[in-house]
Ligand binder design. Sequence first.
Ligand SMILES: [Mg+2]
Length: 121
Amino acid sequence: MRFLIVDDSSTMRRIIINTLNKLGHQDVAEAGNGKEGLDRLSAGPVDVIITDWNMPEMSGIDFIRTVRSMPEIKDTPVLMVTTNAAKDDIVEALKAGVNSYVVKPFTPDTMKEKIEAVLAR
Ligand SMILES: [Mg+2]
């Protein structure tokens, strides 16, 4: 199972990777913004995308909209991890095609539950 983590914070990427490692997932690619995420996906598909919202160059929401418009990868499960906790933001993310949503800061248990929920779809 291959994951792609897209977040402009290397600390946050490290936290997410550590959580995935604890859940038994070792195959994790990283990108620092949506543009880099698309570059990474053009090199090969992944099984799950975990993305931040607020990033330079290309935001998470634009990244997801682009992924959902690309036939080869449009069905990839997406978990969004963000500080945007407003209901309108969550609705916008779901409309853009996000499958699940985690508000930062999160506990390891919450991340575990959300990842398992996305994988169980
Ligand atoms: Mg960010």
